[in-house]
Design a protein around this ligand. Sequence first.
Ligand code: SAH
Ligand code: MG
Length: 219
Amino acid sequence: MPERTPEVIDPFIAQLFAHQHDSSHYESALAQMKAADIPEINVSASEGMTLHVIARAVTAKRILEIGTLGGYSALWLASALPPDGKLITLELDPKHAGVATRNLHNAGLSDRTEVRVGPALESLAAMEKDGVAEFDITFIDANKDSYVDYLDYAIKFTRVGGIILSDNTLTHNALDPTADTGITRFNAKLAHTKGLISAIIPTLREGIDGLTISVVVHK
Ligand code: SAH
Ligand code: MG
């Protein structure tokens, strides 16, 4: 029997449920990213499935993602939306945004997705100024130094009863009580934010990392 290591468990989960999804879109998105030399820092397939299931569980109609990369996690989230749903995803790097836009198009999801290029803090400030409608889910997965600032926007933009997801919350020295990183600051801030109830789902890509799930109970 194979050992229960992260390297074995992650693909086991992904393969067990793969037939429930249109796997060809996810595989070709990863191939496009590789061809474009985009770093392989996307969520794993099993974490993508987790995002998809959470989006369906709250019957999400509006999702905000901060940190698009090649659109891999965006595919998992947007494919959980109804036809009139909307995912807005924010990305700094125009090359990443271009690959993501193509991947979402190829999956037939152009009608419900929008990739906004630029520093996310600028895009978020513009959305606030424009009075953006609330989201059911906000997924934070960009530069870790700005996670604490992204959290402020996530709280403002996510509806009560909605969910804030944050990726990579068990790496970046998360467990070192003396460390001062974007993630240690984020975890400390999140733990002390009134109105949010949080848990961490361990994830298994290249060792153990974490996906934090926070319910907005009140603002
Ligand atoms: N969510 C993606 C992975 C995102 S990787 C997935 O799982 O498929 C982090 C992304 O954040 C990178 O594409 C990087 O270019 C982008 N990024 C870094 N700094 C940023 C900033 N200030 N504003 C917006 N995006 C940023
Ligand atoms: Mg991530």
